[in-house]
Design a protein around this ligand. Sequence first.
Ligand SMILES: O=C(O)CCC(=O)C(=O)O
Ligand SMILES: [Fe+2]
Length: 330
Amino acid sequence: MMTKVEPHPAHIDRLLEAGRTGEAIAATERAAASGDKEALFRLALWHLIGEILPRDLARARQLLRKAREAGHVEAAHMEIALTVTGSGAQADWSTGCMLLQKLSSIDAAAAHQAQLLTAMRLDAFGVPKTLPKAEVLSASPRVTLFRDFLTEAECAHIAATSAPLLEPSLVVDPASGRQMPHPIRTSDGALIGPTREDPVIRAINLRIAAISQTDVAQGEALTILRYRPGQQYRLHLDTLPHTRNQRVKTVLVYLNGGFAGGETQFPSIGLTVAPRGGDALVFDNVTEDGRPDVRTKHAGLPVRAGAKWLATRWIRARSFDPWRGPEVPL
Ligand SMILES: O=C(O)CCC(=O)C(=O)O
Ligand SMILES: [Fe+2]
């Protein structure tokens, strides 16, 4: 009697390592066609990454849906993130929330996210109905503080999402425009790209857009930084060289307290902000004519004890497509 043999994931990996990409794709497609959820998920990832197969967000969405229907929990989470961020289709907050609700019955992480969302006051698009009051720390250049912008549970969720992704931070090298390690920033960092932007993080990004009076599409992927004793971000401007879509604003969200040092300092305007967990700081990086404003040079002073966790959102002048360019923060 003939038995159906599913290609083992290790078999596909071996084909890929041997450079037999065509055979690996064919084997995975056969398995996917027979309803194998791992194969469906793998094809979806290939269409998201765009190396083994061409990047095709809409196709990735279909494959993730099928993988989710076959019981793949990670595919379900990814489908939800792409749904709420509008990757491969228009952003659809209510469908994303509905899928999250369904997933909650079988997955504790989804249930926790659903609970965090319930505690937020959001409209039908995930936009907050109310905002904390702004405290203007400097009128020109504009620096504004929003106390208790995030709850402790929201901060913990961001930190937990980024923790497995933390790597030594990179900065953009002005000469080459490439990302490289640099002593200017010695923290560890992680990007929360569109496949990991779950509804809670999406809602927080929408809240960041609201306090910065920008559109959520202008924001780069949320960057999480963790500074341990001795680590710092030396004096710098957040603007980028050679770009037509400048970083016009920055939002820093302090995710914790209980550490020493780590103040954010703006020496030109004599301003030092002591981080407090949950607070958000918003500042302009450019003058009214759109040029870098050197008065907003700032530093994250060295942490002396404990660990400082920070979420940074660099906000561009216009929409910023996270899927453009070779290095997408998946
Ligand atoms: O760590 C800080 O307080 C500053 C961080 C910062 O400058 C940035 O993320 O652009
Ligand atoms: Fe900065």
